[in-house]
Design a protein around this ligand. Structure first.
Ligand SMILES: Nc1ncnc2c1ncn2[C@@H]1O[C@H](COP(=O)(O)OP(=O)(O)OP(=O)(O)O)[C@@H](O)[C@H]1O
Ligand SMILES: [Mg+2]
Length: 467
């Protein structure tokens, strides 16, 4: 964090400072966190009340790790200065807003905001890699994209930071606006709108509205990068106050991919830029769906004036999207594609199509699937649809894990899977035993589920068994 006095911090957060007589003279510049285990000497601990536990119970642990100041909702008689605020999450946002505004005032910070139902983290990593070639860059760790993760990321901005890349997540109306109110981006990207988190949103139309909050929350006149192939995204152009830069695979796209070739080695495509230049890209991130994320990143490159060579160089330097996103794990003849960080109907379909596209005739295709959560009233039909896709794609073996996913198995059977082509297991251990005896050299195994189903660890274990 930039160097701030305790007085400045308390004012920025609208809090009351306790336990310090000289607040103008005590300065803090350590990193902030809500997890006491991650606090380092000189750090700022935000005691966030959570659903499971309450950060106030960990104030002492944070101080033991060296917290210089703690942000709390009540006086906990801490042995270091405390700033008491009405709401810790709001205070976190307020401090982040202050820090970003302070650095931005010098005029050398560019903020890039990324949203969409799928591909945010992947694109965030690509854009951060690009920006890091241009100047000091701050980007979220993992998928830090909500009212806690985004401001924690913003607080990492220093006076010499040139690029701040933000992943903006939402599971409801107003969530993205809340984040753009803290730091309105200079460049916005909307990747696609799908059914991810649709249950919480209350339908895909609400999702469209929620994602369009990014376009409305940009700095006035800011360029916006939109997926021309997704009509729900393309419609957001109406809300843009600056230029629209279109990316996609169809004719109207200004940043476009063509001649896409898919294999286990990655995806190769021709990249075309608005100035008419083009080059072949050997993109190692697996799956055709990631080409769109690559194009979104290339569009940022165009907006920032990076050369074609520069863009291609960065795209080719990235070896994986992120842990557990289409992560390729090789072994003795058995290949595991571990994509079980999360699952929505779109990403499930994309993963299954990739499984089939990368397989050669000699390879058996095995899909190990768990529940897609957060779909609300869409859950039943969407699990049916995926089961149908598995059958239609002629995937050799379906392995369904967990009671929440059982409908995948039932629907696949109804759809004509026979003779054990679909198997159901209550838990990962049983599925593991089956997979270890069933798989042999030449098999390609896709493992995919929502985070809560935990299949990513099953994917890791299966990969290890054949390592
Ligand atoms: N354009 C796309 N269409 C369909 N699936 C996609 C697309 N881009 C990425 N995915 C898949 O979506 C899943 C999530 O990817 P990623 O983590 O990058 O997305 P995210 O938007 O950050 O998700 P979250 O909402 O969990 O933060 C992965 O399985 C990935 O392969
Ligand atoms: Mg994410």
């Amino acid at each position: 964090m930039i160097r701030l006095s305790l007085a400045q911090m308390a004012t920025a957060m609208g809090g009351v400072l306790l336990g310090c007589d000289t607040p103008e003279d005590i300065f803090v510049d350590g990193p902030s966190d809500t997890d006491s285990r991650l606090i380092v000497p000189g750090g700022v601990f935000f005691a966030k009340p959570g659903e499971v536990t309450d950060g106030h119970l960990f104030v002492d642990a944070a101080i033991a790790n060296g917290a210089a100041v703690v942000i709390v909702e009540r006086d906990v008689r801490a042995s270091v200065p405390q700033i008491v605020v009405p709401n810790v999450v709001d205070a976190l946002g307020a401090l982040a807003k202050f820090v970003v505004a302070s650095v931005r005032a010098a005029g050398e910070l560019t903020i890039i905001g990324i949203t969409g139902s799928n591909g945010k983290t992947t694109t965030k990593n690509l854009v951060a890699t690009l920006c890091a070639t241009l100047g000091k860059t701050v980007a979220p760790r993992d998928s830090f994209n909500n009212e806690v993760g985004a401001p924690l990321t913003m607080l990492k901005v220093e006076s010499d930071t040139r690029y701040l890349v933000l992943e903006l997540g939402a599971s409801g109306i107003g969530h993205i606006k809340r984040l753009t109110d803290l730091a309105s981006p200079d460049i916005g990207i909307v990747l696609m709108v799908g059914l991810a988190h649709a249950g919480e949103f209350g339908g895909v139309e609400a999702t469209v509205r929620a994602k369009s909050e990014l376009v409305q929350g940009l700095v006035p006149g800011a360029p916006v990068i939109l997926n021309v192939d997704d009509p729900r995204v393309a419609g957001m152009a109406e809300l843009a106050t600056g230029d629209v830069l279109w990316f996609g695979q169809t004719g109207k796209a200004q940043v476009r991919a063509s001649d896409v070739e898919i294999s286990l080695a990655g995806t190769s495509f021709m990249l075309h830029l608005p100035d008419g230049s083009s080059a072949r890209v050997e993109f190692k991130v697996l799956g055709e769906h990631h080409v769109m994320n690559a194009l979104a990143m290339a569009s940022v490159g165009v907006a920032l004036g990076v050369s074609l060579d520069g863009i291609v160089g960065v795209l080719e330097s990235v070896v994986r999207a992120e842990r557990w996103r289409m992560e390729l794990m090789g072994g003795t003849g058995v290949t595991v594609i571990n994509d079980a960080y999360n699952a929505s109907p779109d990403s499930m379909a994309a993963g299954l199509k990739t499984l089939v596209q990368v397989a050669q005739t000699a390879n058996r295709t095995i899909a190990v699937l768990g529940e897609m959560s957060e779909l609300g009233e869409y859950a039943g039909e969407e699990h049916d649809r995926i089961a149908l896709l598995v059958v239609r794609l002629n995937i050799d073996q379906l392995v369904v894990v967990g009671t929440g996913a059982r409908r995948l198995h039932i629907s696949a059977m109804n759809e004509g899977s026979w003779d054990g082509e679909s198997r159901f297991f209550e838990n990962s251990d049983d599925a593991y035993d089956y997979l270890v005896s069933f798989c042999h050299a030449g098999d390609i195994v896709l493992v995919k589920s929502s985070n809560s189903a935990g299949l990513r660890f099953l994917g890791d274990r299966v990969a290890e068994a054949f390592a």
